[in-house]
Design a protein around this ligand. Structure first.
Ligand SMILES: Cc1cc2nc3c(=O)[nH]c(=O)nc-3n(C[C@H](O)[C@H](O)[C@H](O)COP(=O)(O)O)c2cc1C
Length: 277
């Protein structure tokens, strides 16, 4: 499936995590069908996949203490699944899953990446995974309650979890005045990405021919790989670049680097345009 760059780019500004859903508002059947189709078709990597499940969604989520922090009222969820034999499974699942999350946003649905407070064994039994596969994260899907509940506001630190670090703290490499014109918008799209506990573990090394994403922070992962967060930022970076007409491809790299987005030269771009890509 070709990435609908402009559609997903528009979703980047709109998306925010929502945890409490309206249990009485069924998801529009057209939206559900469209989301299911994208889950099945957006498979950029062999070992990462997404599955929409419309039963038992509430049994998949759990609270931090008791029911505090628990996702409530969701009528469906999406499981983000990876084959653990793949050395780049976390970034592949993050990249793939964020495409699905941005599509859900475009369809008017609310979501919340959940990598910690869910029951992977229940999610796995509902989607049927192979021996090598694991459900690395899930998202509830539905229509969020119109205004944020007290519990939701507490979970976001009264909105603080929506804030992000400035680019100056995240970037190294070429000085800003030498950045090619497409870099600013890409890094902004990546900077705004969601991450587990809003830890923003990514860094960006800007070079003449592309951008390398790397794990910038040290410290424990708390059961959710920082490389999964970085995969989410990668998808956003590429979406923003392509929306400005700059295409490229990812090369995965060993830790602490994650991957380099190499921009195609003008001749490659021309060849791609000629064969209708
Ligand atoms: C990989 C990943 C795992 C996450 N796990 C959880 C989780 O277990 N529980 C939860 O309530 N939120 C979880 N979140 C949501 C983050 O807390 C949220 O994205 C972050 O605080 C930024 O807020 P925003 O998404 O509203 O911009 C997770 C996000 C990501 C990307």
């Amino acid at each position: 499936m070709d990435i609908p760059f402009s559609r997903w780019h528009l979703s980047i500004e709109k998306r925010r995590s929502r945890r409490h859903f309206d249990p009485n508002l069924p998801i529009a059947p057209e939206a559900l069908a469209a989301l299911d189709k994208v889950c099945n078709q957006f498979t950029p990597f062999l070992h990462a996949r997404s599955r929409l499940v419309t039963e038992s969604a509430n049994s998949v989520f759990k609270g931090i203490i008791g029911s505090f922090g628990k996702v409530k009222g969701a009528q469906a969820f999406i499981a983000f699944i990876g084959n653990m034999d793949d050395p780049f499974v976390h970034e592949e699942v993050g990249y793939t899953g964020e495409g699905i999350v941005l599509e859900a946003t475009a369809l008017g649905l609310n979501t919340c990446w959940v990598g910690g407070f869910f029951r992977p064994e229940i999610a796995a039994s509902l989607v049927k995974v192979s021996k090598k596969e694991r459900v690395l994260a899930v998202t509830p899907v539905g229509y969020a309650q119109e205004s944020e509940s007290w519990g939701e506001r507490l979970m976001t630190g009264f909105g603080r979890s929506h804030s992000r670090l400035p680019l100056a703290r995240l970037v190294r490499g070429l000085p800003r005045e030498k950045w090619p014109d497409w870099v600013d918008m890409c890094l902004e799209a990546a900077r705004l990405a969601p991450s587990a506990a809003n830890r923003q573990p990514w860094g960006f090394d800007v070079q003449d021919d592309g951008i390398t994403v790397f794990v910038r922070t040290i410290g424990p992962e708390f059961n959710v790989s920082k490389r999964l967060d970085c995969g989410i930022a990668m998808l956003r970076l590429e979406v923003a670049a392509a929306d400005r007409g700059h295409r490229g491809q990812w090369e995965f790299l060993p830790p602490p680097q994650v991957a380099k987005f190499k921009i195609y030269s003008q001749s490659v771009l021309l060849a791609l345009t000629q064969c209708g890509k």
